[in-house]
Design a protein around this ligand. Sequence first.
Ligand code: SF4
Ligand code: SF4
Length: 401
Amino acid sequence: MAPDTTTTSVIDVSALGILVTTLQRRGFTVIGPTVRDGAIVLAELTSADELPFGTGVRLDGGRYRLRARDDRAAFGHAAGPQSWKTYLHPARERLWSAPRDGSAAPEPSGTPRSMVSTGASTEPETYPASGMSTEQRPRYAFLGVRPCDLRAIGILDRVLAGGAHPDAAYQTRRDGILVIAVECTEPGETCFCTSMGAGPGADDGFDLALTELIDDDGGHHFTVRIGTEADADLLRDLPHECADAATRERSAQAVADAANNMGRTMETAGLRELMVRNRNSTHWDDVASRCLTCGNCTMVCPTCFCTTTEDVTDLTGEHAERWRRWDSCFDLDFSYIHGGSVRTSTASRYRQWATHKLSTWHDQFGSSGCVGCGRCIAWCPVGIDLTAEVAALRAAEEGSP
Ligand code: SF4
Ligand code: SF4
């Protein structure tokens, strides 16, 4: 039977606790937002009580601060420093390990010549990492995925699993993940998902989509839409009722209001061409005079996926491993080929990042590489703002100051 994705239900906030325990009973590791170290991070939740009830954030270029809310909203906050790629495409991952045991097992592609000649045998990693078998790997339920991050997961799916050579590690982790989206009703000061067509409402890519509603008298509910038939089953485990027309209208209005209250905007008409036309703009030097090439913007970006690999051995030489870790196009070594880097200047590296995100990503992957989450603005230590830099390029073309 096809899922009924047209019906909206409503649950009380107390049902979040039942949702988390139901997911755990079904074998899921529940990942969701929680307050830790002065930020709202994504971490394993042992209960719904760990959600950031009553905590919001205040954002600006280079600024992220928690604030106490006037209500008990659990999802009244914009994107934090992490995105879901932390779980889908981890920052460090062992690809394989090789003891020097003299056996002559065939090496997987990518095995370094030095290891072939020493007679070492390689053991391809079982995913996600560290000797965990496929059966042992956690089955994640992501709770509280923002629509911009839903779009970002869709982009990672295309980039890492959609081509001719899918990334087996990514695909293994991605399979079986349950996604519970929460639509945005209160965007942050650095958000611009509306400009990028990535929010604040959730259209697809979710199993359940919630919208948080808080009444004037303190009543606290969520409207729920079902994305798949499997999750109609999940909803049946929660105390719920059919949402009346007024509740559905209120839920839709909350998302529409959010769309009109984005902290930032980015004009996207002709953006691909604008970026290409401005390859030699002097504005890149202006950005470079501020940019520290720290790479923070790429680390926090939910769609940046670049990695490098490193081979390591222990001190005895009896054991070697190959690790993959996130890399950044702001790193000088990232474009090191034939004895030198092809992007030696800061200006060229920022230009590469921004142009790839907003222009050439379309040619490569069929969409923008930016979902407007605003993380790169808030977590840039010097507050460089992608929306402002694009506006400056436009203004320079149009001859405005
Ligand atoms: S734009 Fe900001 S976050 Fe990105 S590399 Fe430059 S200083 Fe770091
Ligand atoms: S470029 Fe910035 S705003 Fe766009 S998706 Fe990446 S972190 Fe978010």
